[in-house]
Design a binder for this molecule. Structure first.
Ligand code: PEP
Length: 253
């Protein structure tokens, strides 16, 4: 059975005053039946890791540079994330692909850097609305998987998040059948490329407008091992309700 994972992406939100949310989350889930990951902005990684010390909560970054160090003003190397207390890093989020013109080969290079630093990569894939309307979803996802995920990953060092771009922050979600179709496809592609060991042990997250009100039905879909949650991860009460729904969902794997 795959252990479930609830991951929160705070994006460019959060000040030191918001660290109380992580304390509330840790108190609500002292011995969780799922993994819980929070990815705050870079400025909060170290204090959040300190606040999470001794709890079951893991901390992650939202991006890293492909180089180990050097003349890259404003960027952060994977080893710096690890040094600040991160165990994971989100890579290839659609907002980075759009805002920073990141392509699959960039994501793959960053993932290699993250793996070298001992981080687990949460690699995001997802289609635009126009691509879905043109029935290109699986082609797009297939290309993102083969282009963005490096060789040499394991079920521990890789998590894949399926995030339809049109569902992020919009309150819209695919149908449960559409989510299941994409997750089954991702599982099949991972098994084909990496073998059944890695393919079956890699956690697949759904992301895009997951809320306390729709979490349970999404978590019942085949091959959904958890969620990558944006807006609803900012408040401990909402994220906690999603974690509770995840822990009540049927086992997968
Ligand atoms: C995200 O950006 O990863 C995300 C899923 O956002 P939201 O939950 O707000 O749609």
């Amino acid at each position: 059975m795959r252990r479930k994972l609830a991951a929160g992406n705070w994006k460019m939100n959060g000040l030191k005053a918001n660290l109380s949310e992580i304390e509330a989350l840790a108190t609500a889930h002292p011995a969780p039946g799922s993994d819980i990951l929070l990815c705050p902005p870079a400025t909060l990684i170290a204090p959040m890791a300190q606040a999470a010390s001794g709890t079951a909560l893991a901390i992650g970054g939202q991006d890293c540079h492909a180089a180990a160090s050097g003349a890259h003003t404003g960027d952060i190397a994977a080893a710096m994330l690890a040094d600040a207390g991160a165990s994971h890093v989100i890579l290839g989020h659609s907002e980075r692909r759009a805002d920073h013109d990141e392509h699959n080969e960039d994501v793959r290079a960053k993932a290699n850097a993250a793996l070298a630093a001992g981080l687990t990569c949460v690699i995001c894939v997802g289609e635009s609305e126009a691509q879905r309307d043109a029935s290109n979803t699986l082609d797009i996802i297939g290309g993102q998987l083969s282009g963005s995920i490096p060789d040499g990953v394991t079920g521990h060092s890789l998590v894949v998040a399926y995030e339809p771009i049109w569902a992020i922050g919009t309150g819209r979600t695919p149908t449960l059948e559409q989510i299941g179709e994409v997750h089954d496809f991702i599982r099949m592609r991972l098994e084909r490329r990496f073998g059944t060991g890695v393919g079956r042990s890699t956690r697949l997250l759904y992301g895009g407008s997951v809320k306390p009100g729709n979490a349970a039905e999404i978590f019942a879909v085949s091959n959904v091992d958890g969620a990558l949650v944006g807006g609803a991860s900012l408040k401990a009460a909402d994220f906690s309700a999603i974690i509770t729904a995840l822990e009540a969902a049927p086992p997968q794997g």
